[in-house]
Design a protein around this ligand. Structure first.
Ligand code: NAP
Length: 311
């Protein structure tokens, strides 16, 4: 029994989640001796008129001894050196493919990369991000220094009756594509409910849920799965404008019922800024029932029920 503001919540309402196990046989590569993976393909995920370029890059990891599972990430070390003459540091990307890879051969890993630019504050000149531009400029056949796989926490629960609440913005959708493909393509079903809340600028940028690539959207016919999009930059009066937390708030009753039933796992992936808005939705619900949300969340994190990967 854990204490809350004015009432107690029973042990059945908080439970330790047992997650999928990482294969013991996997090799893990370190920055001083990366595996040289080969680019199999690189394709644009966003539609032609979208504001951003996001690429799906499939890497050949055959011969590496790598056996990753959904929710893990890999590091990529950009070619070249920093101004100091030292090699570039590795950048982490969530693996967007399920364990057997996009071709089912278990020898590939897919990453999802947005081409990023920053602006020099004094001159206003656009500066290309080192890793994202390096990766987005790669061609099939090129080799890439890869480390990992890493990550032991952002993994699916063993028990497929667990309700899954997946909350992403932008390229933060990558690990959820891996989850959904593992569940419906490799495993075949999930008994618990799966609710995906996804925030993007406009419909063309709904990665894996757009006309160009519907890898997630195609499973919306599955009985246990529903996905909801929040569009932040629509100009069309027919479409509602909002962030992912607003979409979550629209479905607050169902989500709160899942939390109160106890057999759930929440996963949040994307921008650091989204965390506050998501948290406000849950804390408002908790307060209405005189529950102490910070204490509940602490317990959920300890249990592996509350999983966050934001940058
Ligand atoms: P983005 O395109 O800049 O933004 C995606 C959406 O989030 C937009 O609709 C944006 O709205 C909205 N947004 C902005 N601030 C928000 C806030 N405070 N609360 C809720 N929504 C907000 O996103 P991105 O560039 O793809 O970035 C995704 C993040 O995911 C990056 O930080 C990346 O490091 C991280 N990530 C990436 C991977 C991967 O494998 N590639 C994996 C895990 C996490 P407006 O712009 O219209 O305001």
């Amino acid at each position: 029994m854990i204490g809350f503001k004015n009432r107690k919540i029973s042990a059945s309402q908080t439970m330790q989640i047992k997650k999928y196990s990482i294969p013991e046989s996997t090799l893990v590569y370190k920055p001083n001796s990366p595996f040289m993976a080969r680019v199999i393909s690189t394709t644009e995920l966003t539609e032609a008129d979208s504001c951003d370029e996001v690429r799906n890059i499939i890497l050949d990891v055959s011969g590496s001894g790598i056996h990753y599972i959904e929710g893990q990430s890999v590091g990529i070390i950009p070619r070249g050196e920093r101004e100091t003459g030292k090699p570039h540091k590795a950048r982490l990307y969530s693996i967007a493919s399920a364990r057997t890879g996009d071709d089912g051969s278990s020898t590939t890993a897919t990453i999802c990369v947005k081409r990023v630019f920053s602006k020099d504050k004094s001159t206003g000149v656009r500066i290309p991000g080192v890793a994202s531009n390096y990766l987005c400029d790669l061609n099939p056949g090129d080799s890439v220094a890869l480390i990992g796989p890493n990550g032991r926490r952002f993994l699916l629960p063993d028990d497929d009756s667990t309700d899954l609440i997946l909350i992403a913005v932008g390229t933060g959708i990558a690990p959820f594509r891996a989850f959904i493909r593992h569940i419906f393509l490799e495993k075949g079903f999930w008994n618990g409910r799966i609710r995906l809340f996804y925030g993007i600028k406009n419909a063309m940028e709904a990665l894996f849920l757009n006309n160009k690539n519907d890898d997630i959207g195609q499973y919306m016919t599955q009985e246990t799965f529903e996905a909801f999009r929040a569009l932040s930059r629509v100009h069309n009066e027919d479409e509602e404008k909002g962030y992912v937390q607003h979409k979550l708030a629209e479905h607050k009753q169902e989500v709160w019922d899942m939390i109160c039933a106890g057999n759930f796992a929440v996963y949040i992936c994307g921008l650091k800024g989204m965390e506050k808005g998501v948290d406000e939705v849950f804390s408002t619900l908790a307060e209405q029932q005189e529950l102490d949300w910070p204490a509940m969340k602490t317990e959920f994190i300890k249990n592996g029920q509350w999983n966050t990967e934001v940058y």
